[in-house]
Each structure stands twice: as C-alpha cells, then as structure tokens.
Write a protein that binds this ligand. Structure first.
Ligand SMILES: [Cu+2]
Length: 477
C-alpha cells in the first residue's frame, strides 16, 4: 500500500484514525493527487518509479527525493538511522518482518499499522532538521523502537522530537517520581472509598470444576475501568477483568483455551502451568484473530499466566495476568475456606491510554494491590469465624517487584511455595512461618487457623507496598 501524506502535527500526535478520517485531509490529498497527475503528465519520461510513489510531487521542495528500504524486526528498524541532504524528501519502503504489527510516526506523518509480512511505502515529507520518529504501538517506543533522520548540510539544531515529558525515551524521565497523568489517591482516600462492583474481585476460591477437560474462552478487550479510587483508565483484559479469571483443575487435566483478540493491538497468552513449545500457542495474534492454546497440567501448585506480547511489562501492568491453580492427585488438606490473592503493582496513566509505557519501563508504579485494586479488602474485608481454618493462595504477577505475604497476628502452620512445603501442620517439629516470599511469577499458599476474634490485616510486608495498597483485612467473629 502507498500511504497518503497527512498534515504535520506537533506535540501530541493524533491517533492515525483521526488524521485519516479528517475531511480536509481527504480534500488535500485529492488536490495534491490531481496536481501530481498534471506534473506527472509533463515530466513522465524523466521521473523514477520512486518519485512517482511519492504522490505530492507538486509540493515545492528544494532537494531531491531519497528512498530508503527499512526492515522492521525485533522491535527495531533496520537501519534505524538515515542521512539525507537538507531539503530532501524522504520516502521509506517499510517491510515488517516481525511477528506483530508496527507503524512509524515521523516528521508529523504516521503510517497505517503495518502487519506482519506486509510492506508499505511511506512518504515522510521534506526534512530541514534532524528528526526522531518512533513506533506508536503501545510501549514500543519505550522499548527502543526509534528511527532517526539526520540532515546533512544544514545548521545544527536540536532533534525535532515531538511530545511532552512522558514521550521521552525510557531512562531519561522525571527524577521527582511525580505522576504527570493522575493524582495518586493517598491512604485516607483509599480507605474511605466506595468500592464499586466493577472494581470488586471476589477472593473466595471454589473447588475445581468437575471433569478433566476444561474448555474456556479468553476474550481480550481493552476498556476503561476504575483502577484506584477516583481514577479510571484503559486496561487490557482477559474476559473483561483484572486479574484474569482464576482457573482450577487437577493434575492430569487438560486445559483448552480459545484466545480471541477483540482489542486494537496484538495480544497473546502464556500459561506457566503448561509444558508446550511456545512457538504456536504463545504467538501474538492480531485484532480479530483467535488461536487455541491447549496444555495438560502435569504438576500441581499455583501458576501465573499472562500476555506475552512485547513489552510484557506493559501488557501485564495493564491487567493481562492471572492464576491457574492445580490440585495434587491426592487432594489438599481440609480447610474451611480458600482464597486466591493475586498481587501486583498499579501504574496510573491517562484514561484513554492506560499505564504509561515509559513509567512502566522505569518501574515507577504508583500503587499496589491484591486482585486488581488497592486496599479493596480493607473496604470489603474477608470474614470468617473463630476457630476456622483458611488457605490463602497467593500469586505475585509483578510485573517487577517482590511480595512478602504476612498476616498480622497469625502464624502460618503450613506454607507451600514453588513446589515444596517449608512448614506443614501436624509434623512433629511444630515450627511455623511468618511470611510467604514471592518473586514475580512465583506463587504458593499459607494455611492458618484464627483462634481469637478480631481484625487481622494481611499485607505485603515490603512496607512501602503495603502503604501503597497491598493491604487488606480479615474480620474473625
Ligand atoms: Cu497483551
């Protein structure tokens, strides 16, 4: 496809749809095309194919047209830098040999999304100064998907990089840690908020469904949700929820998941409980596509799943992670209640774009939570009766930080983590544990009997994260 020239923009670039749908742009393109036909008719014998590909030949320019072939692969443009004489027009022949869609915004113009295996001819206009371009797909610029045009024979000047501070490449951001996109709710706000049903995530874990084959649909959408009191933003979701659905089965069960992408960008899924070649089932699929991911759960425990599309940090930060719980062949010890808690960081971003890729890349999270929302079990505590025994499954989906799960006032008589019991109720030595430590993508469970009534709090005992919202209450009656 040959892409039309769009109007120059500065600062915030409009999404491609906006430019494409603008009436005046359409008339401009038509006008330029007519002019080009007239010019072409006069100069046909001397024009090259490349020049004909750049439609608006009638635009006044001082230099020649430079055509470069650019391959897109591995989150990079190859080459990622071209030199052209000042005043020249640059036309890029883009070839996407990567496994997911990309685009290029450069000099005020933006290509359509170029799918895997597709090519595009991109007229990036006339250059008078060094200019930086990048891929506008979420997170790709932060991952280094940047293209530079270096102009020769012109007075040196700063690169014409568009955008405010949040558009700067990773690693050069704000030192203050302040969030330019959102007012981060403090503890008083978080502990007095109304927890709506949309944000509520039931922590109660039911038994595994009957049957040995679990067929499920995972439908990926991108929609605006409340992620902290008073703050709504786009999240990327499995089946409309963050964390995604908690799956449960037994050793030997088959899970057959149909992943359907109803979002606007590539997504995928990676089940840690499965032992499969990643190539086909974990492939990134384009919007409108689907695939079937089948695995047999051969080993028990609590396992993470997540979107595996780059940058994974951003896809996970936007909500694309969840838990699979597999029971051992002989079952687990009897308890009165089971709960599942998925721990994670929370990155507040603009409502329409969600977590900011540069802040995620720099690890600048604002809040932290269990099951998608800070302090939600302070607002709606878990309630059990004195003398009852509970098992808390805990999974840390990060994306980056460790989690030290602790319940104030309780000692864990049983702890299972990543394939082994470290303490277990009923064994002769009668020891216990105070915390379940989990790095990202690690999980386990603790068991505890609450003997006395009271309000017990559970926290990430990395205290600054508890203070950011990884904190909840258990009311024992
Ligand atoms: Cu994704």
């Amino acid at each position: 496809m040959t892409l039309p020239v769009g109007p120059p923009t500065s600062g915030h670039r409009p999404p491609p749809e906006t430019a494409k749908d603008s009436d005046w742009v359409s008339w401009l393109v038509i006008g330029l095309a007519i002019a080009a036909v007239v010019v072409l008719g006069v100069t046909l014998t001397t024009n090259t194919g490349a020049e004909r590909a750049s439609a608006p030949a009638a635009v006044a320019q001082s230099g020649d047209t430079v055509t470069e072939t650019i391959r897109i692969e591995g989150m990079s443009y190859h080459p990622n830098r071209v030199e052209i004489p000042a005043g020249s027009r640059l036309v890029l022949e883009l070839s996407n040999e990567d496994n997911q869609p990309h685009d290029l915004t450069l000099n005020g113009f933006t290509t359509e999304l170029i799918g895997p295996g597709e090519t595009a001819t991109f007229d990036a206009g006339v250059f008078t100064a060094d200019t930086e371009g990048w891929c506008t797909v979420a997170g790709h610029r932060a991952q280094g998907m940047i293209f530079n045009v270096v102009v020769t024979g012109a007075a040196a000047g700063p690169a014409a990089t568009a955008g405010p501070g949040h558009d700067m490449p990773a690693g050069t951001g704000q030192v203050s840690g302040g969030n330019p996109f959102a007012e981060v709710p403090g503890p008083a706000t978080r502990l007095s908020a109304d927890l709506g049903d949309e944000a509520w995530f039931d922590p109660v874990l039911g038994p595994a469904p009957t049957g040995t084959v679990h067929e499920l649909e995972f439908n990926v959408t991108e929609k605006i949700r409340e992620v902290a009191p008073g703050h709504r933003q786009v999240q990327w979701l499995f089946n409309g929820q963050a964390p995604g659905p908690t799956l449960r089965g037994r050793v030997g069960d088959t899970f057959r998941i149909t992943l359907r992408n109803d979002g606007t960008m590539g997504h995928s899924v990676d089940f840690h409980a499965g032992e499969v070649s990643p190539d086909a089932p974990m492939a990134t699929i384009a919007p409108g596509e689907s695939l079937v991911y089948e695995f047999v759960a051969r080993r028990w425990g609590i396992w993470m799943y997540h979107c595996a599309t780059a940058p994974m940090s951003l896809h996970i930060a936007n909500g694309m992670a969840g838990a699979v719980i597999i029971d051992p062949p002989a079952g687990l010890d009897d308890v009165d209640h089971e709960y599942a808690l998925v721990g994670h960081e929370i990155f507040l971003g603009p409502e329409d774009t969600g977590a900011d890729a540069d802040r995620v890349s720099a690890g600048r999270y604002d809040l932290a939570g269990f099951n998608g929302f800070p302090n939600q079990y302070d607002l709606r505590p878990i309630e059990i009766n004195a003398g009852e025994r509970a098992r808390f499954w805990v999974l840390n989906v990060g994306p980056d930080n460790p989690l030290s799960f602790h319940i104030v006032g309780a000692v864990f008589d049983t702890v299972f983590s990543e394939g082994e019991y470290s303490v277990r109720n009923g064994l002769a030595d009668s020891t216990g544990a105070q915390a379940l430590p989990l790095l990202p993508a690690q999980g386990g469970f603790v068991e505890v009997t609450f003997e006395e009534p009271g309000t017990y709090t559970f926290v990430n005992h990395i205290m600054t994260d508890a203070e950011k919202g990884q904190h909840g209450s258990i009311i024992v009656r």
